[in-house]
Design a protein around this ligand. Sequence first.
Ligand SMILES: Cc1ncc(COP(=O)(O)O)c(C=O)c1O
Length: 482
Amino acid sequence: MKLPETGWTRDQIFTALAELRAGDLPTEGGAAFAYVYDSGERAASELAAEAFRLFLGSNGLDPTAFPSLLRLENEVVGFAAAHLGGGLEAAGSFTSGGTESLMLAVKTAREWAREHRPHITAPEMIVPATAHAALHKAAHYLGVTLVPTAIDPISFRADVAAIAAAITPNTILLTASASSYAHGVVDPIAEIGQLALRHELLFHVDGCIGGFLLPYFRRLGAQVPAFDLSVPGVTSVSMDFHKYAYAPKGASVIVYRDKALRRHQMYACAGWTGYTVINPTVQSTKSGGPLAAAWALLRAIGDQGYLDLAQRTLDATRAIIGGLREIEGLRVLGEPEMSLVAFTGASPEFPLFALADAMKLRGWLVQPQFSGFGSPANLHLTISAAHLAVKDRFLADLRAAVAEVQTSPPDPGMALLLQAAAALDFSNMSEETFMQALALAGVQGGRLPDKMAAINGLLDALPAPAREAAIVAFVNDLYTHA
Ligand SMILES: Cc1ncc(COP(=O)(O)O)c(C=O)c1O
């Protein structure tokens, strides 16, 4: 972009921005079953936006200069600690999202081990295959070896025996999900907690997606096992406000059993010529906007309001799972405790990715998840309160789309593509060759095809490292400055 010689008018700017936004996934109205969380409560969203704006220019870098932010954070974390079963001594931090919360959990474990297990030079963390990729990212950034463990292929929960078998003298951290993103199930937290106690290890529960909502589901009578700091052995829990608390993005929290543990999360630096840095979290300069918006929303919706939103989410989820189970040709994976559902074809030949395309043509975004680690390829739905109003239309469209893709002839190009993919050596492929393979599936010049079935089929056929390399090649090309 070249700067305009003189500034644009407000009209010019918002016309241009609105045009761009019109091409995006709609964030309201229930069309999206991934990426967005829609309460359907416009007034509350407007209020959060106003609070965000009020604090836009404030800086969380220095809580003594912005005591308002210290106060807001202590209140929000105080709510989270109580919501997540923490005692009076629990301590936490507001962060920018699930990924940052998980990075801090791993950083804390690494520093804790340096102090309490100084003999460990190659620390390891145990991560079930269903745990979020952000834990892999944290291990990668922080130099901790990630030890993956198997899951139960029927329930899609972490396998406790596999975790027990993976513990070595180098283990510093156990992790599990409440719930997992992909299948919406809660891992056996109490049993893993016992392992943590027996081996005197830290144990982080990733409640980024489930931590806020699951206690409400339990109050509404749903079966939700204990998963939080009240469970013996659990030492920290993360929870995102920008998911089921419907806060604007950039809002999460990590809560530890106590301050002694949280101390390991901090970073301080006096070794330069400027101001002494003390960062409890990853970011240094950070707008107070997301914190103020989350605080405002929690106060505006309140406990009863969130219970009502949870009821709507639970009703929508039950109706959608019930509807999915009635559609011949489809199968729901596991028994989700959360409002997250993964479904697949009843037979391996079912054209699952073509179904995602057929739903897109009808205006719905459902999210393909690839096969591996004991889970078949499937389509994922993140259901929120606003989906209650559209669930019948969604199920009717899904029924029609299933009938359509089952009666459509198989794509001959797809069979050829998969045959070609099977013959390639992905372990040793240049970025250029990847780009050529992607072009065969219709990806060119940083543009994705309207129909994604071929590219999804190709990605699904690849082993995980090749899938990663293909996506890196694509995205490296996608971000070409304009
Ligand atoms: C269980 C779980 N953990 C972590 C994350 C990562 O959160 P974020 O995208 O806010 O970084 C997600 C996101 O969906 C999640 O579902």
